[in-house]
Design a protein around this ligand. Sequence first.
Ligand code: SAM
Length: 302
Amino acid sequence: MVGTAPRNTGMEGVRGGVGVTALLVAAARAIETHRHDSLAQDDYAEHFVRAAPASADWPVRIQQAPGGDANPLWGRFARYFGLRTRVFDDFLLKAAHTGGARQIVLLGAGLDSRAFRLDWPAGCVIFEVDQGDVLTFKHTVLDGLSARPRAARTTVPADLRGDWAGALADAGFDTRAPSVWLAEGLLFYLPAAAETRLIGTVDRLSTAGGALAYEVKLDKDLREYRDSPLYTATTHQIGIDLLNLFVHEPRPDSAAALEDMGWTTSVHTPFDFTSLHGRGPLPERNDALAGNRWVFAHRTRP
Ligand code: SAM
């Protein structure tokens, strides 16, 4: 239920634990929005950042960040989130406009405002799954802005470490209708077994032609890059110790599992998309982004 998560689960909404990472991504999107060469526009992001006590004094424009673009957190890391937003925006819109998906499921939606800012075809329903407290905060901010979604929108409070399929069904998800799924910035916060279950659930609830995109980190990212400037700057500047929030277990090969289940997959580095768009992070030494992979999957099995 909304507002009842006990503190020792790390599920404290945007007040602490993993929920604060939703504010980090929102601040990055606010900064990206105001860039002259912006890759993604999110006019809601800044409002989330300003509304939460944890983030009220964070920068929302690159000019406000100490050191500007040279700041590892608000420069390079924020640009990473801007690129990621754009790439997954494009994936979801393509699945809806040309792939026929009419249900868009955002797993670990956080402060994602795609329901409000993207151009969805008629008849789409967007399901946003996250902790109840995060969704309540989001609702309060959007309500204050009188924001109107551009598709039907349903929020689904659930713990994605457990069995969330029932909550999605109760929210109106239809297993016979075509769907596209997104797990953006989520899976490394879940135990390995929960990731395996989540992938199996997406398969079970998808029809032929279903699409899924998600982000993972290779195990070596966690081992080799622990003193990467991205992690240390995030800890020192805003007190979020990402390495402490990640679940340190051998990760499943979910792309291989999907292939076994009859999906086709393609696995990319973020840098592939920096090349495509002509802007975004480039590889560097001791890089927390080196192990990030973006996976795009389509179910070909009938
Ligand atoms: N996808 C959003 C984006 O990119 O803006 C949010 C990403 S944020 C880094 C991670 C989100 O996952 C947070 O909103 C957090 O509350 C959610 N999350 C992490 N573990 C979760 C769990 N076990 N159950 C539900 N939500 C969870």
